[in-house]
Design a protein around this ligand. Structure first.
Ligand code: ADP
Ligand code: 5GP
Length: 202
């Protein structure tokens, strides 16, 4: 496989989707891994665009069938990354971008570490995260409070990532993200390096 994986994690409301959209013109061709979830769609979300929305039973069928590269329970719902489209995109040499939680990052790194570059995205403070989640107004306050409580745990995983983007100013954060995405493309797998050494040594 020739491609590369860029894992983005960070609290819900950190600005991951905003940054990917904002920087999309600067990072060349990429494949965004569309996750599967049992969470209900928010207003305006479409099946097969933001997520594949499935029932609890359908998700568990997927687990049994071994469809997921990784999956986790996040904020009380299942979320998972399907293996097949990711493999295909990597075989085509693409940069594959994942927006997954810190548990997913650990699992992907354990399985495919050779391909992985990772970045943790966070607002400058917890109070700014709160403000953004309430301003986004896509979730009930009980759901928002649960996400804020989880964010206090998620931030502890920041040390596990290659890069951290503090999303204060969106222009600056998007530029940093584009730099990281372009560096991720250049990361060589060990296999590729071993092949290179064989040719170089001829
Ligand atoms: P995530 O995908 O990480 O859950 P979103 O991209 O949906 O987060 O961003 C959460 C909210 O914060 C959105 O309403 C978005 O417009 C807003 N936002 C994102 N980046 C910034 C920023 N740098 N300054 C202010 N608001 C921002
Ligand atoms: P949201 O419900 O706000 O779209 O996402 C909630 C959290 O689930 C975010 O932290 C997001 O990164 C994470 N997430 C989304 N898809 C996946 C996935 O496929 N696997 C894992 N482990 N986490 C995911």
């Amino acid at each position: 496989m020739q491609g590369a994986i860029l894992v983005l994690s960070g609290p819900s409301g950190a600005g991951k989707s905003t940054i990917i959209n904002h920087a999309s013109d600067e990072i060349g061709e990429y494949y965004f891994s569309i996750s599967t979830t049992t969470r209900k769609p928010r207003e305006g979300e479409r099946d097969g665009v933001e997520y594949y929305f499935v029932t609890h039973e359908e998700f568990e069928e997927g687990i049994k069938a071994g469809e997921f590269l990784e999956y986790a329970t996040v904020h009380g719902n299942y979320y998972g990354t399907s293996l097949k489209p990711v493999k295909e995109a990597l075989e085509e040499g693409k940069l594959v971008i994942f927006d997954i939680d810190v548990q997913g990052h650990r699992l992907v790194r354990a399985k495919m570490g050779d391909y992985v570059t990772s970045a943790f995205i966070t607002p400058p403070t917890l109070s700014e995260l709160k403000r953004r989640l309430y301003a986004r107004a896509t979730d009930d306050s009980s759901i928002i409070e649960r996400r804020i409580a989880n964010a206090k745990e998620e931030i502890k995983a920041v040390v596990e990532f290659d890069f951290v983007i503090i999303n204060d100013d969106i222009e600056k954060a998007s530029k940093e993200f584009a730099t990281i995405a372009n560096a991720a493309r250049l990361k060589q797998s060990h296999q590729e390096l071993e092949n290179f050494v064989k040719i170089w040594d001829n």
